[in-house]
Ligand binder design. Structure first.
Ligand SMILES: *[C@@H]1O[C@H](CO)[C@@H](O)[C@H](O)[C@H]1NC(C)=O
Length: 369
């Protein structure tokens, strides 16, 4: 009896999910629009999944994402294009240099060969420019880790300092650093096994994801039962944590308590699937690179040769909360200029857009971004 009820429920959920993906609006109801002249940044063709920009216009960009549950075609795509995990630098003040690969200086705990970077967060060193970078990595045949580097501006090197791993990290996605060696990180998926992972994709709304805090010595889960939490970013005063939830097509805001626990203060449905978040320099808006057509991004992740549209939204903030009625789309592309946008940042009124496994794009703007 109970078995029968469970079966009916499972079939109902699957039918609902499949139906919902077909009910998504077709791509051509959306209009391509750019804020000004846009072009691909040279030197970076295979992914700029996440990036963060310093106050003086240096963008650190993760490239070559891979994680344990990617499709065979995704793996083949990486292999046939000889794609390695790397971090690139794009300088808004020297755009002609394009994106430059930074040299990774290993330590005994870190092998650049197995580095597959995903989310990134910076702690700026405004005196010497020796910024600290924290990067989520999915090394093959090993557990997810957060890799900490120091940037050397003189040599353009990233010197590996430390690796952080722990049992509570499953398939992680993004992180945001509060202060040195204290950060929040998102567990996007629970299961590393591909078959269990497929089941998890179907039943993700039951919430296998979580948010985890690292306090300098240990990890602890601070938010459970979340639906594949993705991009994380802090408010300028570091008292509010923003989290993008692409499967729910929402962005949540959490107040950070003195014990680092989180209290949800807002959840805004934005009608597209936000991937990563980036705060404006002034702190009064978030930008997101989003996936507007779900079936297309699923196809694109299954086979990166299939294009998926790109969309950038600006989410204005007031008293730390998103102002839903002021959300605007700054950019939409069918996937020809950039496919599968995953992050966006603004510096000096120029818009930089990254993608899961495709181009990096820079746009001028005719109006204030
Ligand atoms: C960090 O968290 C662990 C586990 O919850 C706890 O035992 C430890 O005291 C905490 N350390 C600090 C510095 O708060």
């Amino acid at each position: 009896m109970i078995g029968g009820a469970v079966k009916v429920a499972l079939v109902a959920i699957i039918v609902y999910r499949v139906a919902r993906s077909f009910l998504n609006p077709p791509d051509d109801v959306f209009k391509k629009h750019y804020p000004g002249k846009c072009s691909q940044v040279k030197g970076l063709n295979f992914g700029s999944e996440d990036l963060e920009v310093t106050k003086n216009g240096l963008a650190f960009v993760t490239s070559g994402v891979w994680f344990p549950t990617v499709s065979n075609k995704f793996d083949e795509f990486l292999k046939s294009n000889n794609i390695q995990g790397n971090i690139f630098l794009y300088d808004f003040n020297q755009p002609d240099l394009g994106a430059r690969k930074l040299k990774l200086i290993p330590s005994k705990d870190f092998d650049p060969e197995t580095f597959h970077p995903h989310g990134i967060s910076l702690l700026e060193d405004e005196t010497n420019g020796e910024h600290l970078l924290y990067v989520v990595s999915h090394p093959k045949h090993a557990d997810d880790a957060v890799e900490k580097f120091r940037y050397s501006p003189k040599t353009n090197e990233l010197i590996h300092l430390k690796s952080f791993t722990g049992d509570v990290l499953h398939i992680t996605n993004d992180l945001t650093v509060l202060e040195e060696d204290k950060f929040y990180i998102s567990n996007f998926l629970y299961f590393k096994n591909p078959y269990l992972s497929i089941a998890e994709h179907v039943f993700s709304s039951f919430g296998f994801g979580s948010l985890v805090f690292f306090n300098g010595t240990a990890f602890s889960v601070v938010k459970q039962s979340m639906n594949s939490p993705n991009g994380l970013f802090l408010s300028k005063d570091k008292r509010i944590l923003y989290n993008a939830l692409p499967r729910e097509q929402s962005v949540k805001a959490f107040e950070i308590k003195s014990d680092y626990s989180l209290t949800e203060i807002q959840s805004v449905v934005i009608g597209t699937s936000p991937d990563n978040l980036h705060l404006s320099n002034s702190g009064d808006a978030l930008y997101t690179g989003a996936h507007p057509v779900i079936p297309k991004i699923i196809q694109h992740l299954g086979d990166p040769r299939q294009p998926s549209p790109s969309s950038v939204l600006k989410l204005p903030l007031k008293d730390g909360k998103i102002v839903p009625e002021e959300i605007v789309e700054l950019f939409y592309d069918h996937g020809n200029l950039i496919s599968g946008s995953s992050v966006a940042a603004v510096y000096n009124n120029k818009l930089l857009i990254g993608s899961v496994i495709n181009k990096l794009v820079i746009c001028d703007a005719n109006t204030a971004l």
